[in-house]
Design a protein around this ligand. Structure first.
Ligand code: GDP
Length: 294
């Protein structure tokens, strides 16, 4: 994960090797390299500029007549700034409600259905009574995919393959969940290949009808800058609560993980790192920053 970015950052810090102290000149050179590394990793340009300006200011404000070398100091400051940029600490999902409703939104292929299964599995392992709802009314294959996943993890899937009204399906599912004592309902929705009005209207009306305690936006981290733009478009219509970054096991360059929080002002709550049902992790900004810095 993020191998290229890690390597380039390491090279940036090496420009300080052998330097006894922090100076305007050596910090400027290093920070320029850090900024280039971030932009190459598809970090939003404005975000890359803001974070590197901050790193520079902090570095110049430190008196380094200590045991810490300039390289170590810059590494530490960068680590802290990346952590802050990605949100500081983990944010939990809200599971209030009877049942709690979690709405899953995102483009087609982003990993929504897979993530719905993973989240159900994750919550089930915590002893919670979970149910999945198939609201991807356009793709029978998606309904089937969710049913297969449900069977695999032992979680009930509510589906009405003939019904083409997503709000109606979800309302029936919630009624059914109440009757059968399910505490959490995860609603998998339809996506499109690109942001379009019809999809946005549908997911917005689902949100309005269901009042979910948590609306999660799922996005493929390998799509780089596009991931951030798509997040912006969904957030403007949906005002979602959190982001799920998928496919971090692939050759993602890291930009989405670093930029999304600052651009959309919503926390990343989970990451997905594979196709298997247990490839899900809560998102911890400090751990991610550590990984990025190798
Ligand atoms: P949806 O259209 O948004 O519901 O997306 P799917 O859940 O069907 O996922 C699209 C493809 O991406 C499938 O082949 C999944 O197996 C795959 N996929 C989903 N999440 C991950 C992930 O974290 N890592 C990898 N490598 N593949 C994933």
């Amino acid at each position: 994960m993020f191998d290229n970015l890690s390597l380039k950052l390491e090279k940036a810090f090496q420009t300080l090797k052998g330097q006894g102290t922090i100076t305007e000149v050596n910090v400027a050179t290093t920070v320029k390299e850090i900024r280039r590394a971030l932009i190459d990793a598809d970090v939003n340009f404005k975000v890359a500029k803001e974070v590197t300006d901050e790193i520079k200011e902090q570095a110049l404000g430190k008196n380094v007549l200590t045991a810490v070398s300039p390289g170590q100091l810059l590494t530490k400051i960068t680590n802290d700034e990346l952590t802050r940029l990605m949100g500081g600490s983990n944010e939990e999902i809200d599971l209030t409600g009877n049942p709690a409703v979690i709405l899953i939104a995102g483009l087609q292929g982003s990993g929504k259905t897979t993530f719905s299964g993973k989240l159900a599995n994750y919550l089930k392992k915590q002893g919670k009574q979970v149910m999945l709802v198939a609201c991807d009314i356009y793709r029978p294959a998606a309904i089937n995919q969710l049913q297969v996943l449900g069977e695999q993890i032992g979680v009930e899937v509510f589906a009405e393959p003939e019904n083409k009204n997503a709000v109606d399906i979800a309302n029936k599912a919630i009624k059914f969940a109440r009757e059968s004592n399910k505490r959490i309902v995860i609603v998998d929705t339809a996506g499109r290949l690109a942001v379009d009005e019809e999809m946005m209207n549908e997911i917005a009306s689902l949100k309005e009808a269901l009042s979910p305690s948590e609306t999660l936006f799922v996005v493929d981290s390998m799509t780089g800058q596009d991931a951030v733009n798509t997040a912006k478009a969904f957030n403007e219509r949906l005002n979602f609560d959190g982001v799920v970054l998928t496919k971090l096991d692939g050759d993602s360059r890291g930009g989405a993980a670093i930029s999304i929080r600052r651009v959309v002002e919503k926390p990343i709550k989970f990451i997905s790192t594979g196709e298997k049902m247990d490839a899900i992790d809560k998102f911890y900004p400090d751990r991610m920053a550590n990984r990025i810095l190798g």
